[in-house]
Design a protein around this ligand. Structure first.
Ligand SMILES: Nc1nc2c(ncn2[C@@H]2O[C@H](COP(=O)(O)OP(=O)(O)OP(=O)(O)O)[C@@H](O)[C@H]2O)c(=O)[nH]1
Length: 554
């Protein structure tokens, strides 16, 4: 998403590498990198200029401060790059922040939320997402009003979405949008709803007829909130659009949609500065659950390539079943983790969003990604397809596939993947299971050491997994069955599912089991494992050792 901008900030920081002081000259060099990347990402020119001016002013202030410290003998060593990044972060936050509440609630009677925007910007989808958010997170009773009579399918679309989230949808076939909206209040009262969301029509560009219709609705229903829905993909135009709507309707906020796509992210930075209407919510996907409150701080961190741990934890907590995560962690350690459990974890990751998005929120992960590696969500779909093609017995005992190669051929056919992909998945799964089992046994042994007991460690683990707590260093990918919550996993060789698992190709170059358990150590590990019985010991093939990519089938 913010690749171009992040790269610019990274280059700027590199320009300051090794320096302990910000000077007018080196600030200029760094700012040039930032300017280029912001323009490339479609940030409005006036916004770029204003942003750079503010950063420069602050950075020069820092220069004086650092020097002053030097002369009075209390020199504090600072890295110019870090100071510069911190200033950029704070200014980005200031650029995107807004005072006041995201939603203004009515003092009496139902609260009105009017959704406006250009055709295809995502109004109808966002109306449903908003309704779900109000219902689920704010415990409100929303009513959706289908007032987009421009596109007949929009009414039907809202009906379907409303049904899927259990929110009533109001429409009067053949009536005018103003009439429908005006009568919605009575309907809300009759149904006991306390928020009314008006989904209005869009046009391909701002025109007078559209604005007059919207202004008439506004006058009639006097909504407390008017949200402009803006497609992040349309870049600089988004800003002009926002301004046009804001001038006529006096917007209370902006919903930026399709931030999950390949938009360059310029709109997120520009909208508030140009229009004065702040981004309040963002759409991160087509599903009704892909709707988040906009957090300038998280967005600034992402723009700077610093990840967004708070966002990641929110995603994690919203999709993970805490009890199940804790159970999975225990199962793993006890060697009882099955392919069915693994499949569930993949589904959890899918619910969290795209892999790219998850990784973007992990601090430092972008730097750990080997160049050229493209995180492809289809890999997860492929893994799912492979596991779905297993029989129940094979899911319980995947070693059967190693014993009888004809099974792999059958699964490959059923899942439309190459046979080597099936084998690799099985091998890596068995290896992961084996290592987890090893960890569990080590914990058991540690239990014999005074002061250390397995039960206590397990309890800790359960607590961490249940809390979704991520250890510093982001050792585990959340959603991987509580692995994200495992304590001390940072030092554990070969985090399965990270470096080692297909579908997470080369995730950040995390230590791969072969790389870490190299040479003698790996041999000893395998000998030990073999002693425990053939059921747990996969063949180690070259594909198994090689880092981490499922062969692509198409
Ligand atoms: N990837 C992604 N797609 C989105 C998002 N929001 C909406 N969409 C998709 O964008 C398309 C247009 O969305 P709609 O909600 O129909 O747009 P609209 O503004 O109501 O369109 P009109 O009624 O024609 O004005 C649909 O295919 C949505 O699924 C988002 O946050 N991410």
């Amino acid at each position: 998403m913010f690749d171009a901008i992040s790269k610019g900030f990274k280059n700027a920081k590199n320009r300051l590498a090794g320096l302990e002081e910000l000077t007018e000259q080196n600030i200029e060099t760094a700012l040039r990198e930032v300017r280029l990347s912001l323009l490339e990402a479609d940030v409005e020119l006036s916004v770029v200029k204003a942003f750079l001016a503010r950063v420069k002013e602050k950075a020069l202030g820092e220069t004086v401060r650092v020097r002053a410290k030097g002369t009075d003998g209390s020199t504090v060593k600072v890295r110019a790059g870090d100071v510069f990044t911190k200033i950029c972060h704070d200014e980005l936050v200031a650029f995107m922040s807004a005072d006041g509440e995201s939603i203004r609630f009515a003092d009496a009677g139902p609260t009105g939320i009017m959704m406006v925007g250009l055709q295809g910007s995502g109004k109808t989808t966002s109306s449903a997402k908003f309704a779900r958010f109000l219902q689920k997170d704010l415990k409100k009773k929303p009513l959706l009003v289908a007032a987009d009579m421009q596109r007949p399918a929009a009414v039907e679309q809202l009906m379907v979405l409303g049904k899927s989230i259990g929110v009533p949808v109001f429409n009067i076939p053949g009536a005018s949008p103003v009439e429908i909206c005006s009568k919605a209040r009575d309907e809300a009262k009759a149904k006991g709803c306390d928020v009314i969301i008006y989904d209005t029509a869009g046009r391909l560009a701002i025109d007078d007829a559209l604005m007059e219709e919207l202004a008439a609705i506004k006058t009639n229903v006097a909504p407390q909130n008017i949200f402009l829905v803006v497609d992040a993909m349309i870049g600089q135009d988004a800003v002009k659009v926002s301004k046009g709507f804001h001038d006529r309707l006096d917007l209370t906020g902006v919903i930026l949609t399709k931030l999950d796509g390949d938009a360059r992210g310029g709109a997120a930075l520009s909208v508030r500065e140009v229009t004065g209407a702040p981004v309040r919510y963002v759409g991160m996907g087509e599903g009704t659950d892909k709707f988040e409150e906009f957090r300038p701080d998280g967005m600034a961190s992402r723009v700077l390539g610093m990840g967004d741990v708070v966002g990641l934890m929110k995603d994690f907590q919203s999709v993970v079943d805490e009890k199940k995560a804790a159970e999975d962690a225990m199962k793993m350690l006890e060697g009882n983790f099955t392919l069915d459990d693994f499949l569930q974890q993949i589904k959890t990751i899918q619910k969290m969003g795209s892999l790219k998005d998850i990784v973007a929120k992990m601090p430092g992960m972008d730097q750990m990604m080997p160049p050229g590696v493209d995180l492809d969500d289809r890999e997860l779909v492929r893994i799912e397809a492979i596991i779905q093609s297993f029989t129940k017995a094979e899911r319980r005992d995947p070693y059967a596939i190693v014993r009888e190669p004809s099974r792999a051929a059958r699964i490959a056919k059923g899942s439309a993947t190459p046979e080597v992909a099936v084998n690799e998945l099985v091998q890596k799964f068995l290896f992961m299971k084996q290592m987890m089992d090893g960890l569990g046994q080590n914990m058991g042994m540690m239990g014999k050491i005074p002061g250390m007991n397995k039960l206590g460690m397990m309890k800790n683990l359960r607590k961490m997994a249940a809390g979704g707590g991520m250890p510093p260093g982001m050792a585990g990918l959340p959603g991987m069955g509580g692995m994200g919550g495992m304590p001390g996993m940072g030092g554990f060789p070969g985090m399965p599912g990270m470096g080692g698992f297909p579908g997470m190709p080369g995730m950040g170059g995390m230590p791969d089991e072969a790389a870490l358990r190299s040479g003698k150590e790996r041999e000893e590990g395998l000998t030990q494992a073999r002693k425990r019985g053939p059921k747990e010991v996969p063949e180690v093939t070259s594909a198994y050792r090689a880092p981490n990519m499922l062969p692509r089938s198409g």
